[in-house]
Every structure is written in structure tokens, then in C-alpha cells.
Write a protein that binds this ligand. Structure first.
Ligand code: SF4
Length: 354
């Protein structure tokens, strides 16, 4: 019998065990001649950065129902896209998603370019995403590296150097493994293997297609890999949010955040600065502000955040330009980013609103 290469073994496993994902063309569909839609591949790859399949799935369905092609998305209103993205986090991705859709629409005739270099020149597409789209959407043999693939590769070759220093070594291994036939399926198979078998805590080596070749398994060190340099502890910042309702119609006072920076362009409650010392109170207008019991805690990539929440009911104070009243039919907490939604959840228990 012919000795199968590692990539052939993995592809055989994938043909039987590929996960059913809403953006994926399955091995069976590929055989039947279905080809991937680069728009869906791109959208899923952007959404999946820093997030799980379970979290992304409802957003992916919602986006592709409302904007079925990149041209539809390019012509969407910014505020609609930001509201649809709310809760998925890392909002710079949503701003770049729109920028990228508009470049593809206006400069590439609504078609994603089928080249690693051209994809890399588009807004919000870095080396990983470009490689993933090249491989999955266009079947180009670009080595793809994500967290799952890093873990599988470091175990398969027993790479003990810690991440992120080991990235070039891992990348070279993946480049060697990536086949010219079905490179897109190979990349997805590596992701699936990492997500379902070669999992972070207890790899199921007994059912792994790499088990006979895996150096990490042979040495008994698989579950300690990949090694990682210790992370710096995150600082904690403090701040206050101010939630006001208008007496006559129950409208909520919201603020569109500046276009760049944290939560850029998202709607939120008026806020003080967020700083490591206790920031000064900065309500949006003078009024009878009442502190809500409890606090909101949230963690961003680089810091933890603790927020005190103040509420008031009011009539019509003078407001700054970036503040706007949202009456109940226009206001939905689902349009708010998660940290702002946590504040909404906290005040719902306060007697002042009941
Ligand atoms: Fe991971 Fe075990 Fe497979 Fe090695 S044999 S790749 S450690 S699941």
C-alpha cells in the first residue's frame, strides 16, 4: 500500500469529519463542483478573528441575509453595519470591513482579487487573513497559520520554543506541509483538527490522523505545547457612564463615539475618561444624577475596566452636538457594544426605572 503523506492523511480525515460551518463549502460539495464564495470566506475570516465559531454564527447569518454580496455591503449605511456588528467586539474590524467592501466594490468591480499580494493591500486584511482567503476561496497554496494551526504544528514537530518567538519555525513547517492539491481544504482541516481533536487541554491523540508521526505525542509533551512567554498583567482602568431618559417620551441619551480608537463609531452612553486613577465626574449635563448599586466590569485586549453607572430622568437640557435622544422605537440595546449593554442590564434592576 502507498505510504500517505501527512497532508494526504489529514485530507482523508477531513473528508469524513469536516465541521459543518455556514460559510464552508464541504468536501462533498466541492466534489459536486460547488466553489467557495470569496465574500463569505472573507466575511467569516474577519468575524472569526479573536472570536469563536459559536459567537460568530448568528452574526454571519444576519450579515449575509441583509447584505448577500460585497456590493450590497459596500452600499450599506455605516450606522446599520456598526449596529449589526454590536456585541461581536473589536470594532475596528467592522470599520475596516466597510472600507474593504467599498474598495472591492469601487476598485475591483465587486470581486475579491485572487492574489495574496492584492488581498494584502485591502483594508483590514493582514498576512493571516490574506493567506486564509487565498487558500480557502481561491485554492492557492498559501500557508495558513491561526491559533489552532499553531497548536497542532507545535505538537506535531515538538517545537518547544515559546510563542510568539516560535512563529517563523511553525510557519516554515506549515509551508512544508501545505499541498498544491486542495490547499484550502488542507488549511480548514488543520483548523478543524485543532478545534476538535488536538484541543488545548487534552488532545485526543488516539483518534488523530497524525498520531503515528507526532513528535510531541512520542515525547509525551504534547499537552504542554505550545509554550508561551508569560503575559504582562493587564492594568485596570476606571470610569463612569451616564444614562439619562427623557420624561416626555422615554427616549435614551446616547453618544456616537469618535470614529477612531476604542469602540470607534459605536453608539454608547455618555462617559467620563477611562483612566488608571479615579477620573473626574463628567456628566453630559447638570442634573440630579443617582448612582446605581453595583458596577460594570469588562475586559478589553489591553486592560480591565470598572465602571460606575449614574442615571437620571430629565426634561430637555442643552446638549452637546455628539449627543442624541433615541426614543424607544429607535433604541435597541442590541445596537450597543457589550460593555454598554452590560450597563443597560445593570440599570434595569434599579428602582428609579421601575
Ligand atoms: Fe495533537 Fe495528539 Fe494529533 Fe499530535 S497526535 S497532533 S498531539 S492530537
Amino acid at each position: 500500500m502507498r505510504d500517505l503523506s501527512l497532508s494526504e492523511k489529514l485530507l482523508d480525515w477531513y473528508d469524513l469529519h469536516a465541521r459543518d460551518l455556514p460559510w464552508r463549502v464541504s468536501p462533498r460539495q466541492r466534489l459536486a463542483g460547488v466553489t467557495p464564495d470569496p465574500y463569505r470566506v472573507w466575511l467569516s475570516e474577519i468575524m472569526l478573528q479573536q472570536t469563536t465559531v459559536a459567537a460568530v454564527t448568528p452574526y454571519f447569518h444576519d450579515f449575509t441575509r441583509r447584505w448577500p454580496t460585497v456590493s450590497h455591503l459596500a452600499n450599506a449605511k455605516d450606522s446599520d453595519v456598526m449596529a449589526a456588528w454590536a456585541g461581536l467586539g473589536y470594532y475596528a474590524r467592522a470599520r475596516n470591513l466597510l472600507k474593504c467592501a467599498r474598495v472591492v466594490y469601487s476598485e475591483h468591480g465587486g470581486k475579491f482579487p485572487a492574489s495574496h499580494e492584492q488581498l494584502l493591500s485591502l483594508p483590514g486584511i493582514g498576512p493571516y487573513t490574506s493567506a486564509a482567503i487565498s487558500a480557502i476561496a481561491f485554492d492557492l497554496p498559501s500557508p495558513v497559520m491561526d491559533g489552532n494551526i499553531e497548536r497542532v504544528t507545535s505538537r506535531l514537530f515538538a517545537v518547544e520554543a515559546p510563542l510568539p518567538k516560535s512563529k517563523p519555525i511553525l510557519f516554515a513547517h506549515v509551508a512544508d506541509l501545505t499541498p498544491t492539491e486542495r490547499p484550502g481544504d488542507f488549511a480548514q482541516a488543520m483548523m478543524d483538527l485543532g478545534a476538535t481533536i488536538c484541543t488545548p487541554r487534552s488532545p485526543a491523540c488516539g483518534i488523530c490522523p497524525f498520531q503515528e508521526h507526532c513528535e510531541g505525542r512520542r515525547q509525551g509533551i504534547a499537552d504542554s505545547l505550545p509554550r508561551k512567554l508569560p503575559k504582562k498583567p493587564k492594568p485596570t482602568r476606571n470610569g463612569s457612564l451616564y444614562i439619562a431618559r427623557r420624561n416626555r417620551d422615554g427616549a435614551w441619551l446616547l453618544q456616537r463615539r469618535p470614529p477612531s480608537g476604542l469602540l470607534g463609531n459605536m453608539l454608547g452612553w455618555p462617559s467620563s475618561e477611562w483612566s488608571e486613577t479615579t477620573p473626574a465626574m463628567r456628566p453630559p449635563f447638570a442634573g440630579d444624577w443617582h448612582r446605581v448599586e453595583g458596577e460594570v466590569r469588562h475586559t478589553f485586549t489591553h486592560f480591565h475596566l470598572r465602571l460606575e453607572i449614574f442615571i437620571t430622568r430629565t426634561d430637555t437640557p442643552d446638549l452637546l452636538d455628539d449627543l442624541e435622544w433615541y426614543p424607544p422605537p429607535r433604541f435597541s440595546p442590541s445596537h450597543l457594544p457589550t460593555v454598554m449593554r452590560k450597563a443597560f442590564d445593570l440599570i434595569r434592576g434599579d428602582e428609579m426605572w421601575n
